[in-house]
Design a protein around this ligand. Structure first.
Ligand SMILES: C[S@@+](CC[C@H](N)C(=O)[O-])C[C@H]1O[C@@H](n2cnc3c(N)ncnc32)[C@H](O)[C@@H]1O
Length: 360
């Protein structure tokens, strides 16, 4: 990349950053919702609908139109008469929490991380960290909202059916432990996809567990899905589970070997231990693709400092490559790892292999 290309890239990134932060305002202030539910609005109507000051509503509507997220009926009309609207395709990305295209939570995630920059700099200097709970509700809900549509639409329809013995075990009615379950959408999705399963979700973050219980009740599966506020490493239910899962959390753990060891003990001898984590390249190789860039960015701002907020910490970070997981798994008493044939751009799925008489 030459000087001009890098300077162009930084300018583009600045525009992207301005999009993200103004999308955050539009989401949090209810402006997109008002435009979506009421149709084309003037700036005064938008201000009234969202309960915000008219001057700010006018500026936001114009900025969103100039940046291409909203449309205006007649740009040459007097400012007070112009009507602004949210195109249906844009509403999908910004508001439709069931859609795989729903990416507005990323604006919340990056904004929540940005608010921690002073604490992050302190952590970088001292070797400390910023705990998951320290990022506040925007981080917790953005993580849950980003993964929710995938769990709800893909887990039982595509992902697990691609692993026939796992799918059959769940269809037959299984006991499942879901560690690091966050707001519980993976646990709920398993219960919805497999009506004869029972799921216990375990998470260290109390606010996540409280939200997960509410989501399970709202989804009508609270009878079969329970959540406990606990360090997954300390769950003492040896051999109780047919399937033990960890979705996008092993790389966050201060002590991944302790949690993987607990997962091994929780599973029955013929049980399945499944890990979903980031689909990063197998090796560091210099300049990377968009997924690796994205994961390193999240690592710098969120996952590495979260893991480093406990001491001692493995300090894994978001970019957990297969070799790292293999090492953790072997240290936790597994024989090795198998990459599962589940197709996804962002995540790689692993089954951790128990030590058998043949491999001991
Ligand atoms: C990135 S979030 C992933 C949440 C959820 N699995 C998902 O896919 O949205 C990581 C989660 O791991 C949880 N966590 C971290 N350390 C843990 C531990 N030792 N035991 C249980 N949960 C833990 C955090 O509280 C957080 O909810």
């Amino acid at each position: 990349m030459n000087t001009d290309q890098l300077s162009e890239r930084l300018f583009e990134a600045t525009l992207g950053s301005l999009d993200l932060t103004t999308i955050y305002l539009g989401e949090q202030l209810g402006l997109y919702e008002a435009l979506h539910t009421r149709g084309a609005l003037t700036s005064e109507e938008s201000a009234n609908a969202a309960g915000i000051a008219p001057r700010y509503a006018a500026e936001w509507l114009e900025q969103q139109t100039v940046t291409g997220l909203l449309e205006v009926d007649d740009p040459s009309a007097p400012a007070a008469d112009r009507r602004y609207s949210l195109p249906a395709d844009h509403a999908t990305v910004l508001l439709d929490r069931d859609s795989l295209a729903y990416l507005a939570p990323l604006a919340r995630m990056i904004t929540a991380a940005g608010q921690q920059l002073p604490a992050l700099m302190q952590a970088y200097r001292t070797g400390g960290g910023v705990p998951w709970s320290g990022y506040g509700p925007d981080m917790r809900t953005s993580q849950a909202d980003m993964n929710r549509p995938w769990f709800m639409s893909a887990l039982g329809a595509d992902w697990f059916p691609a692993v026939p013995d796992l799918h059959a075990r769940l269809q037959a009615g299984a006991e499942v432990a879901d560690v690091g379950c966050g707001e519980g959408w993976s646990s709920i999705a398993i219960a919805l996809a497999y009506p004869d399963t029972r799921v216990d979700g375990y998470d260290l973050d109390e606010a996540s567990v409280l939200a997960a219980r509410k989501h399970a009740t709202d989804a009508g599966v609270a009878e079969r899905v329970r959540f406990a506020h606990v360090d997954a490493a300390a769950v003492d239910r040896a051999g109780d589970y047919d399937v033990v899962t960890a979705f996008e959390c092993i790389h966050d753990l201060a002590d991944p070997v302790a949690v993987l060891g607990a997962m091994r003990r929780l599973a029955r001898p013929d049980g399945h231990v499944i890990v979903m984590d980031e689909r990063v390249p197998e090796q560091f190789a210099g300049a990377g693709d968009d997924v690796e860039r994205f994961m390193y960015g999240l690592s710098m701002l969120i996952c590495l400092p979260d893991g480093m907020s406990h001491s001692p910490s493995a300090g894994t970070g978001t970019v957990m490559r297969p070799d790292t997981l293999r090492r953790y798994a072997q240290d936790a008493g597994f024989d090795g790892i198998e990459v599962l044939p589940i197709d996804n751009e962002l995540w790689r799925f692993y089954r951790l292999q128990p030590v058998t008489a043949a491999t001991a």
